[in-house]
Design a protein around this ligand. Structure first.
Ligand code: GAP
Length: 513
């Protein structure tokens, strides 16, 4: 756990030091759970968005994109269920005056049981060495089984109480488990209350006539209310999808863990409209498709378990998360939800307009069912960034910090470095920058010894360094250095573009799907 915290602290510090993520309005001491992306962060974020958009929209001839407004008619949120049901159960500590999500307090308690299981596994692995069979140990060790049973029982009761809106029982559970304020250790709790997560604002000039609006808490509803516009103008035939990326806003209570849980964040969502009755088949198909997308980035297939939802949202008949191994453990990265016809039917009811599809194959109209894939762009950023930040000890005993970003996502693809700042080497290096910059984001760096410049680019995540030296002047060759292996090859200058393209081209990464 201490090691995990340590890595997470390094991730946050590195993101700031290298211009990836800054606290918002930092000159005023920041704003809680709001962040700005710096000069490298914005490139990484754009590249992740593009990687998603191309996979979802460009590669699927039955998926199109839209960009709906953040402000929506307020009835949208009544129809979607957000006005009545987009709540978190909150509890205050009377001594510390701190506010917590009651369900998160309980889940963190279960997380401690999971940590105990991991500790037992680590101890046993050490004791038994090569003969250790983890699966058998997990299935038979009495202590592990006891922790597992305790955790399952607690989560089941929590799920039941939340589902039945029995907030008194959630408080009883917190008291029975003797859960204390994580910051002060106090157990002096208030009752559990529901708290709506939407941010309200006003539209209009005068206070009397102003209309109450919400900042959208998800991008999905912009897709539902445009379902017929897109279907008709695009002459789309079911099954088809509408994709969208954009900002969403939630007044999160437990807004910690850096960009994992923010108050203003970006989602990449796709609603796939299907014939009623086919939802199970599409649910399985989209689970597989999305998992392949994640795997294509090569960040370790073992890092993406599925987690089925026990407590389903008001709109879903099946739902799961694709989790990722974040520095603080496995947590939700993406949600896959079978949303039935809840949203379209509800918008029909509240608007009085038909949102149906005429299916020429069966000569009938129906309200389509929807399969949703929804991933947080910032959360994906954190997954990629935290997984890539590596500290290595080299053969000579020196340390190297390297950001092993998948090269397709790296903000800068190539750094061009003249070995020295004289003898015409900078001119040749600048010419190479000119040649490459039409295809890739390239930087020129001539400051400091070349070894230090390599380290700077390693920490920045730049996959390739091209070095121009005196031999370049004689035979027009350069060295290309690979970030992850630090290997250097001498190649013709004319080969650089093709070689880099092969490695960073989105097409070669998508081939892994
Ligand atoms: N339309 C469905 C929907 O919004 P969700 O599970 O609430 O479902 C989908 O959110 C994804 O959005 C999550 O898997 C997560 O990646 C991201 N997300 C949700 N809340 C977030 C927050 N406060 N900060 C950052 N990302 C968030």
């Amino acid at each position: 756990m201490a090691k995990q915290n340590d890595h997470f602290k390094k991730v946050i510090a590195h993101a700031k030091e290298y211009g990836y993520v800054f606290p918002s309005s930092e000159v005023y001491d920041g704003l809680s759970a709001v962040y700005d992306y710096g000069q490298n962060g914005v490139e990484l974020k754009n590249n992740i968005r593009e990687y998603w958009w191309k996979a979802m929209v460009q590669l699927h001839d039955n998926i199109v994109g839209i960009d709906a407004a953040i402000f929506m008619h307020p009835t949208t949120w009544k129809a979607s269920g957000h006005v009545d049901a987009f709540n978190d159960p909150l509890i205050d500590n009377k001594d510390s005056k701190k506010r917590y999500r009651a369900d998160v307090l309980v889940e963190d308690h279960v997380g401690k049981l999971d940590a105990k299981i991991e500790k037992e596994v680590a101890k046993a692995a050490k004791r038994f060495g090569d003969a250790f069979d983890k699966a058998q140990f997990l299935a038979t060790n009495p202590r592990v089984l006891k922790y597992k049973e305790q955790g399952e029982k607690i989560l089941k009761r929590l799920g039941r109480s939340l589902e039945n809106e029995d907030l008194a029982d959630v408080k009883r559970l917190i008291e029975e488990l003797a859960i204390a304020d994580p910051e002060t250790g106090s157990r002096n709790w208030t009752d559990v209350k529901q708290f709506n997560l939407m941010f309200g604002t006003k539209l209009g000039a005068s206070a009397d006539s102003a209309m109450d609006l919400y900042l959208r808490p998800e991008t999905a509803q912009g897709i539902f209310v445009n379902f017929l516009n897109v279907q008709k103008t695009g002459r789309m035939k079911i099954p088809f999808g509408i994709a969208q990326t954009g900002k969403a806003f939630r007044n999160e209570i437990v807004a910690r863990q850096f960009i994992f849980r923010m108050r203003e964040f970006e989602q990449m969502e796709m609603q796939f409209f299907i014939k009623p009755g086919t939802q199970k088949e599409w649910y399985d198909a989209w689970k597989e498709t999305r998992l392949k997308w994640h795997h294509s980035l090569g960040m370790g297939e073992e890092n993406y378990p599925f987690h089925d939802h026990e407590k389903l949202a008001h709109y879903a008949d099946a739902a799961c998360d694709i989790e990722f191994r974040f520095p603080f453990g496995f947590k939700e990265l993406e949600g896959i939800h079978s949303r039935t016809d809840f949203d379209l039917s509800s918008h029909e009811k509240h608007s009085g307009k038909k949102l149906q599809y005429f299916d020429p194959e069966i000569n009938e109209s129906y309200t389509p069912y929807v399969l949703e894939t929804s991933i947080g762009l910032d959360r994906m950023f954190l997954a990629v960034f935290s997984n890539s930040l590596t500290e290595e000890t080299l053969e000579d005993g020196s340390a190297r910090t390297v950001l092993k970003l998948p090269s397709v996502l790296a903000p800068t693809k190539v750094a061009v470095l003249p070995l020295v700042k004289k003898d015409g080497l900078p001119d040749v290096a600048k010419k190479i920058v000119e040649e490459l910059k039409w295809d890739f984001k390239v930087i020129y760096d001539e400051k400091d010894a070349v070894g230090r410049r390599y380290r700077r680019q390693d920490a920045n995540g730049t996959p390739f360094c091209i070095t121009v030296d005196h031999q370049t002047l004689e035979d027009d060759t350069v060295t290309i250095r690979h970030r992850d292996t630090m290997e250097q090859d001498r190649i013709e200058r004319s080969q650089v573009r093709g070689l880099v393209k092969d490695e960073v081209d989105i097409r070669s990464w998508f081939k892994k799907m």
